[in-house]
Design a protein around this ligand. Structure first.
Ligand code: GRF
Length: 222
């Protein structure tokens, strides 16, 4: 008989504690909340943290009964101090996977070290193309005929860590930044929960700059 592979502790317990960081609308957060409610995700949102008090996404969290926290970055004496506070609040709630879902701040090396290979970000382009802000407008300006969404592990470099999942969408001649954003967003809402589930199942192995996705749990247990 083959030995049963060892599963990550959180999977054995049944749910990975997530910390979701937002700055605004929170539609990706909502997609995660809905995937959990639908039983598609072996995870639970332990806390939602926003750097902006007015972020509409905080409402999604509150309606789902999730703890929310506002940590305005302007109150922090330095970037490093802000990152340290953020890490402390997440650790205090037992967070094992940090999801940046429209969090409009870069996180420094100390924060990345506090959650090794356990921070992911969703970005509205096919990275490494069009990193940074206004990725959809960048795709239009470049005359790209294809763009999309990326979920990747976070490193201190902007939008540059190992890619977990991507989804492509066509760019139409008639597109505006708004129409292209909407098409990409639908894919973000699909691949962010999928990526979280891959990690929750212990299927993502980082090899250099690449993510190797292992077989489904059910095959490993056979
Ligand atoms: C998304 O397009 C995400 O890729 C980008 O910021 C946007 C956030 O949208 N990083 P929402 O707040 O999740 O609705």
């Amino acid at each position: 008989m083959r030995p049963v592979p060892k599963l990550p502790k959180s999977v054995e317990k049944g749910s990975v504690p997530l910390g979701v960081l937002i700055s605004g609308r929170g539609s990706n957060l909502q997609a995660v909340i809905e995937a959990i409610a639908a039983g598609e995700l072996c995870a639970r949102v332990a806390v939602v943290i926003s750097n902006r008090a007015e972020a509409p996404g905080l409402g999604h969290a509150a309606r789902a009964g999730i703890e929310t926290l506002v940590l305005p970055h302007r109150d922090a004496p330095s970037r490093a101090a802000y990152d340290a506070r953020l890490a402390d609040e997440l650790k205090a709630r037992g967070v094992e996977l940090v999801c940046l879902a429209g969090f409009m701040r870069m996180l420094g090396p100390a924060f990345c070290d506090a959650f090794p290979r356990a921070i992911i970000n969703v970005h509205p382009s096919l990275l490494p193309a069009f990193p940074g802000v206004d990725a959809q407008q960048q795709a239009l300006a470049a005359g790209a005929s294809v763009s999309g969404a990326t979920v990747h592990f976070v490193t201190p470099e902007l939008d540059a860590g190992p890619i977990i999942l991507q989804a492509a969408v066509p760019v139409h001649q008639s597109d505006t930044a708004a129409t292209l954003s909407a098409r990409i967003l639908a894919e973000e809402h699909r691949i962010l929960p999928e990526a979280i589930q891959l990690i929750a199942e212990g299927r993502c192995r980082v090899d250099g700059d690449r993510v190797i996705i292992g077989p489904p749990l059910v095959d490993r247990l056979r």
